[in-house]
Design a protein around this ligand. Structure first.
Ligand SMILES: Cc1cc2nc3c(=O)[nH]c(=O)nc-3n(C[C@H](O)[C@H](O)[C@H](O)COP(=O)(O)OP(=O)(O)OC[C@H]3O[C@@H](n4cnc5c(N)ncnc54)[C@H](O)[C@@H]3O)c2cc1C
Length: 337
């Protein structure tokens, strides 16, 4: 047996977001030999969220491992509170996490899986892991949907934003019909940017906005603080100008920055070679009770699965680890017969 094979993991967890961390806790509590491999730092997706971003879920729904998440006056947690909380949980549990290692390949090496991980700090440096099972908790944050229009790759066109002050007194066109677009428009407007919001739907009520975000947006629209382009699409982006079609009519919008908030899509590159199938939205198909994909021993949880909320993900990983632990116990019982 090679040195590698002596350290075969019961489960390799890919991604140290909230759900990957919850999975690590459950694996540890179930007596499984596990490792979490993370492409960035702990909760890299949350690190990249806008500064001061407030979650829409109550604190209890973001908590993992039974550790309470306290916020002043029971408010909904901000990005900063959540990051501090998840770090403390990871430290308290002494979770085994290899950070700055991106899993670039998963392959079946019967009866195990082999994962290759590329160091993000040392070029050309690769680690190989062997595991009986794989749990993918890679989220969708790394894969923003692109705009199919000329100029969409220009440097002033961004798919994410972090610090509102970056846009102070600059003309910003936010494109998107969901909460992230509305929130970007509101936050940048409040921080002194000159904001236009372009939505494809014919009225705001037809957009995918949570009621409290819609109310905040409507307040700024009534005060003429944000310009709204309804039933519109971008036809071309040039430096300084965005050409849009409103209904059937062409218009030009003078713009310094374009912020695209068109949603996210799952990265299928790790799972496709294993034979995993995907739904119309590109999310991996899996059993709704076991969370196993059609590739035996490959599981998905969290935002990469259809059930994106953290409170659902933490529940699903508990069930996955209980199943893996039961499987391990019955295997060793069989060996002892
Ligand atoms: C603005 C915003 C607000 C949100 N508010 C809420 C909310 O209020 N409540 C809620 O439940 N959800 C909310 N969500 C969704 C929430 O962020 C996700 O539910 C949560 O982050 C999912 O956790 P996860 O662990 O599945 O994925 P993520 O948090 O995205 O973590 C995935 C991790 O996997 C890593 N990774 C990806 N690919 C690889 C690879 N190949 N190798 C190694 N590591 C990899 C990433 O770096 C990342 O750290 C919000 C999302 C956004 C964008």
């Amino acid at each position: 047996m090679s040195a590698e094979e002596q350290n075969v993991l019961d489960v390799l967890i890919v991604g140290a977001g909230p759900v990957g961390l919850a999975a690590g806790i459950e694996a540890k509590r179930s007596g499984l030999n596990y490792l979490i491999v993370e492409a960035g730092t702990l909760c890299q997706s949350l690190v990249e969220y806008p500064a001061g971003m407030r979650f829409f879920s109550p604190a209890d729904d973001l908590a993992i491992g039974g550790y309470p998440l306290a916020t002043p006056h029971d408010e909904k947690p901000t990005r900063e509170i959540a990051l501090n909380y998840y770090r403390k949980v990871a430290e308290t549990e002494a979770l085994k996490i290899a950070t700055y290692e991106r899993v670039v390949q998963l392959a079946k090496r019967e009866p195990l899986f082999q994962a290759k991980a590329q160091s993000q700090l040392r070029q050309g440096c690769q680690a190989t892991y062997l595991a009986a099972n794989i749990l993918l908790c890679t989220g969708v944050w790394g894969q923003p949907k692109r705009l199919n229009a000329p100029g969409a790759d220009l440097p002033h066109v961004q798919t994410r934003w972090q610090e509102p002050l970056t846009y102070w007194r600059k003309r910003v066109l936010v494109v998107g019909s969901g909460n992230s677009a509305a929130e970007a428009a509101i936050r940048l407007c409040d921080a002194g940017a000159i904001v236009s919001l372009l939505v494809e739907v014919e009225s705001l009520e037809l957009g995918k906005f949570r009621p409290f975000i819609l109310r905040e947006l409507q307040m700024r629209l009534e005060e003429d603080k944000i310009t709204l382009w309804l039933h519109s699409r971008v036809s071309e982006i040039q430096p300084g100008t965005v050409h849009i079609i409103v209904g059937d009519d062409p218009h030009e919008v003078e713009t310094d920055f374009v912020i695209l908030q068109l949603g996210m899509e799952a990265d299928t590159s790790l799972l496709s070679p294993l034979g995993v199938e995907f739904n119309g939205e590109g999310k991996p198909l899996h059993d709704s009770v076991t969370f196993e994909t059609c590739a035996q021993g490959v599981y998905v949880a969290g935002a990469i699965s259809q059930e994106g909320f953290i409170f659902l993900g933490r529940d699903h990983v508990k069930k996955i680890m209980a199943r893996l632990s039961a499987g391990k116990q019955s295997e060793s019982a069989n060996l002892n017969l």
